[in-house]
Design a protein around this ligand. Sequence first.
Ligand code: AMP
Length: 285
Amino acid sequence: MKTVSSPQEMKNLSFTLQKSGSTIGLVPTMGALHKGHLSLLSLASQQTDVKVMSIFVNPTQFAPGEDLEKYPRTLEDDIRRAENAGCDILFVPSVSDMYPVNYSTFVDVENIGQRLCGASRPGHFRGVATVVLKFFNIVNPQVAVFGQKDAQQVIVLKRMVHDLNLSVHIETGPIIRENDGLALSSRNVYLTNSERREASLIYKGLIKAQAAFHSGTVDTSQLRSLILELYEGALYLTPEYIEIVDTLTLEPLERILDTALVAVACRTKQSDTRLIDNIILGGKL
Ligand code: AMP
């Protein structure tokens, strides 16, 4: 595996690879790699010749007061994990290379970027869309793979690709979970033992809604109540939102007639960790 930190060197490398006929798959991450991240590399390898993973804790997607400084950074372990998982090129740019002095250009995906997580994380999706577009321009991948874990991110990025006539194909990987159902996340290391034990409730709520949907409940307020009921019994978690929305527009749905995204965000009470999870009912992303 080759490690590259200069965006210009990464650009030259991609250009050379593509000139020789190779296709490139990109997996953007913020590092602290776990099995969820690594599963996206195997998806990329099914569709492309060369797998590029980026590791960049992107400052522009953190709102003031969020965990930018304390976000886990484990580069040495990440290099080992990425290499063992078959990554060909690890791209690890610096903040000053990505956002040099006088940097002024941002991509704003309106409306859908302000809903769900965007409501409590102002500027988050503007930062995500901007950095991902930069990665697309630097790496020039045919395929970019993202996790369904961040479903709104996938929806925002697909909208950006469509609206800006980009050529990259966005692929979505399934959510990889712990044995008790908690979605793997780099932020799970923040959880206290009590929070960690209770965090499996988040997925249990989603499964409860899924079971009711499969037994014929399509009324979203009923499905929402089932989830809320479970979360209200929690000692260490507070729900931030429980939303059942259209998978293209993120508009709330009254009834599920086609495909719906059931997305939840919870905050933990001891370590103030924000955990998100989701399921898709009646189809896929
Ligand atoms: P992050 O490093 O948290 O920005 O995540 C980088 C990529 O990995 C994003 O596309 C995430 O959606 C994806 N990802 C994070 N957690 C998981 C998971 N548990 N299962 C699958 N993909 C994940």
